[in-house]
Design a protein around this ligand. Structure first.
Ligand code: NAP
Length: 323
């Protein structure tokens, strides 16, 4: 079954599946236990068999565990996969300490990633944030050197401002912008996304479900040990208000015979040919539902209801990007 549409990342850039597989939750994050590795690898295999070739990881996901897992999964089928790697975030004991994007550090990180993945070239290599202590020229220039060396094919960026994106693209063509984007996080629509579109840069949109908020399964209050309690949109009255909005999503989904998660993914997909929904799936059972979401179309009225209910600012509490 190879029925996934494709998307071009950047002008003259690579063609990859329009639905991306986010692998982050296949490793321990924020102190959670490591998910079932056999199921994770089976999920990657089934995704590749289905035509989803865009696999997204970060060298800090599970402190290298995620790259090693992907390395195992793509052994013997390297050509089926397009590997996107983020780097530069420094964690210690599960706490984010900051970014390290010094040229010397980047040249170190890449070799460890290549070894863990068991490959010779990373298809898309991207700093996970900018490091304000290092000029954008030096960051992108260093990755451009890695392109010349054959260790990297294409350059991406993530969680960046419109000005930084323009600057980065003037140094070396940027293929993709990885950014949190969903019905619950639309603040980037005013400046960043138009800039990416103007420059022809692919928009790899993650957190389509806003960490489960839009899945339709969430109830207030969250369990006391839920990591999302740290974020104000999941707290107290904010969560109660936000789940009221999700009721509208649930109603539209029910009227279309799909699930709220499918609708949340379909809305991201409907934002245009340059936009890829990048969805976390750690089990095979997620794949048929999320692949089917890519075929959902909206009437103008349905789109209007969703865009109005989830207008920028409608979701109370801090945005994903404000963390
Ligand atoms: N650049 C960045 O700063 C950044 C930050 C965060 C994430 N990312 C990337 O983006 C990817 C996606 O981000 P995310 O995990 O935050 O958001 P997400 O794709 O919205 O996933 C959140 C949760 O939704 C669940 N899910 C998937 N399909 C579902 C379905 N059909 N019904 C109900 N639940 C479903 C997943 O569960 P299961 O895991 O149990 O399948 C996952 O736990 C990550 O894997 C990572 O590669 C990038």
């Amino acid at each position: 079954m190879k029925n996934i549409k494709t998307i071009q990342l950047g002008q003259d850039g690579p063609h990859v599946s329009k639905l991306g597989l986010g692998c982050m939750r296949m490793s321990s994050i924020w102190g959670s236990p490591t998910p079932d590795e056999t199921e994770s690898i089976a999920t990657i295999h089934e995704a590749l068999d289905s035509g989803i070739n865009f696999l997204n990881t970060g060298d800090f996901y599970g402190a290298g565990h995620n790259e090693m897992l992907i390395g195992k999964a793509i052994k013997g089928r390297r050509d089926d996969a397009f590997i996107s790697v983020k780097f530069g975030a420094i964690f210690h004991n599960g706490q984010w300490l900051g970014m390290d994007l010094r040229p010397l550090a980047i040249k170190n990180f890449i070799n460890y990633s290549l070894t863990r993945l068991g490959i010779e070239t990373i298809d898309l290599y991207q700093p996970s944030r900018m490091d304000n202590s290092v000029p954008v020229e030096d960051i992108i220039g260093t990755i451009a050197d890695l392109v010349k060396e054959g260790k990297v094919r294409h350059i991406g960026v993530s969680e960046i401002t419109a000005d930084q994106l323009r600057k980065a693209n003037s140094i070396h063509p940027i293929s993709a912008l990885e950014i949190g984007y969903s019905l619950a996080d639309r603040q980037t629509e005013s400046e960043l996304l138009p800039t990416a579109r103007e420059l022809g840069i692919g928009i790899v949109a993650f957190a389509n479900t806003a960490e489960g908020l839009l899945s339709g399964d969430m109830k207030a209050p969250l369990a006391v040990d839920d990591y999302r309690n740290h974020f104000s949109r999941f707290q107290g009255e904010n969560l109660v208000n936000n789940l009221r909005k999700v009721e509208v999503l649930k109603q539209v989904a029910a009227s279309k015979g799909c699930t709220p998660t499918q609708l949340a993914i379909a809305w991201v997909n409907a934002q245009g040919d340059l936009v890829m929904p990048l969805v976390s799936m750690s089990r095979r059972s997620r794949l048929p539902e999320n692949i089917a979401a890519m075929d959902i179309e909206f009437t103008p009225e349905e789109m209007n209801i969703l865009n109005t209910t989830f207008a920028p600012g409608a979701i109370l509490g801090g945005t994903y990007l404000e963390r």
